[in-house]
Design a binder for this molecule. Structure first.
Ligand code: F6P
Length: 393
């Protein structure tokens, strides 16, 4: 039996956060209330919060009753300020003023134990006990994989919404957060250029992108960074790195005032370069890509003749700075469009579960496990060629 006037839709944010998640939350809540008249429950901290709530409610009928009372009586901001309340009924005011705000108001988390079926069963019980009619899961590949499993087990519609700055979900042209992260990287490259030019230096900046180099590639085109190194073509060998160093040298000899190299964190080296970690176990720690490359480039220039010998190389790792910040209008618009698609799928009895995707400029629902769009690989190749033509001297 549901405790709400109508069966609610629940939403959670999972995995690494991305700018635009708050715009998505606001759009989901407002469309639910204004267009469909359906209550919306926000779940704190992704699957982790869902499990926490499930474990509390599953202790017995009384605990479930108390939780339902709590959700019904402490709505919106009142629920949000009670940090121990993991399920909050959202009202208009609770999502007011957050549209472009970075991060995610509900919190997000990675939850490895959610991979276990017996753990998911606890969440499924709560979903049923609260009378949830559909669940919206916003996140990257791991989060959407969890959503697909829940879809089979919970017997309710589950709608995934792609949110990741990496743009590595290849069934959609764009995920929420990419546009903002690219503009953050352009800002960072601009700052890098100022100091690089002053000292006639080579700067190597590491971007996020664990498996895919799209973020680095887009940022290189948009910022004018001279070189971009991404993981898609397999491990980078020493001869290849030396060839890159030679390309940098050619540019500098031709009169460049500086060189900016973007390297995605997912790039592998062959053979891999390790340093001893500082932890007591002395396990090998993977060095940041920017540091490995900067060292090799620096040695290369030290071995050159004349002025080239004095060229300095500096590494930098931007890290989580890329995941924060006010979302761009493009990300907020995409978030609103994905939210609208999610609601259409939920309210249409002929529509099943799936993931919102942007394809040929249109938002649509694609099934869980949808194959990669061939256009994405073509676009990546085109971006690489375009970058090469724009940057070579
Ligand atoms: O969200 C994806 C990502 O940004 C990757 O590019 C990066 O490797 C990872 O998240 C970092 O995650 P965490 O927040 O767990 O450090």
């Amino acid at each position: 039996m549901s405790t709400f006037p109508d069966r609610p839709v629940a939403v959670l944010f999972s995995g690494g956060d991305s700018p635009g998640m708050n715009a998505l939350l606001r759009a989901i809540a407002r469309l639910g209330l204004n267009r469909h008249g359906v209550p919306v429950l926000g779940v704190r901290e992704g699957y982790r919060g869902l499990l926490r709530a499930a474990r509390r409610a599953n202790r017995g009928e009384k605990d479930l009753f108390v939780m339902k009372q709590e959700i019904g009586s402490r709505k919106g901001r009142w629920g949000l300020i009670h940090s121990e309340q993991d399920v909050i009924q959202l009202d208009h005011a609770s999502v007011s003023g957050i549209v472009g705000a970075g991060g995610t108001m509900l919190g997000s988390a990675r939850c490895l134990e959610f991979k276990k079926p017996e753990v998911r069963a606890e969440a499924v019980k709560l979903i049923k006990d609260l009378g949830v009619r559909a669940l919206i899961v916003a996140g990257g590949d791991g989060s959407l994989a969890g959503a697909q499993l829940l879809e089979k087990e919970a017997g309710v519609k589950v709608i995934g919404v792609p949110c990741t700055i990496d743009n590595d979900l290849l069934f959609t042209q764009m995920s929420i957060g990419v546009d903002t992260a690219v503009s953050t990287l352009v800002w960072a490259v601009d700052h890098f250029k100022d100091t690089a030019r002053s000292h006639k230096r080579i700067m190597v900046m590491e971007t996020m992108g664990a498996k895919h180099g799209e973020l680095a590639r887009l940022s290189a085109i948009a910022s004018g960074a001279e070189m971009v190194i991404t993981p898609e073509n397999g491990p980078v060998t020493m001869p290849q790195i030396l060839k890159l160093a030679e390309t940098i040298k050619t540019g500098m000899v031709c009169g460049r005032s500086h060189t900016i190299v973007l390297v995605a964190e997912g790039v592998q080296f062959e053979p891999e370069h390790f340093v001893q970690g500082s932890d007591p176990s002395h396990l090998p720690t993977k060095r940041n890509r920017a540091y490995v490359l900067a060292d090799i480039f620096q040695s290369y220039f030290h071995e050159q003749e004349g002025e080239l010998k004095d060229l300095e190389v500096r590494p930098s790792v931007l890290g989580h700075l890329q995941r924060g910040g006010h979302a761009t209008p493009q990300d907020c618009i995409l978030a609103a469009r994905f939210a609208q698609q999610a609601w259409e799928a939920i309210m249409d009895p002929n529509e099943g579960s799936g993931i919102t995707a942007l394809r040929q400029g249109r938002v649509q629902l694609v099934p869980f496990g949808a194959p990669d769009m061939p256009e994405r690989a073509e676009m990546s190749a085109e971006f690489s060629r375009l970058h090469a033509s724009l940057s070579s001297w």
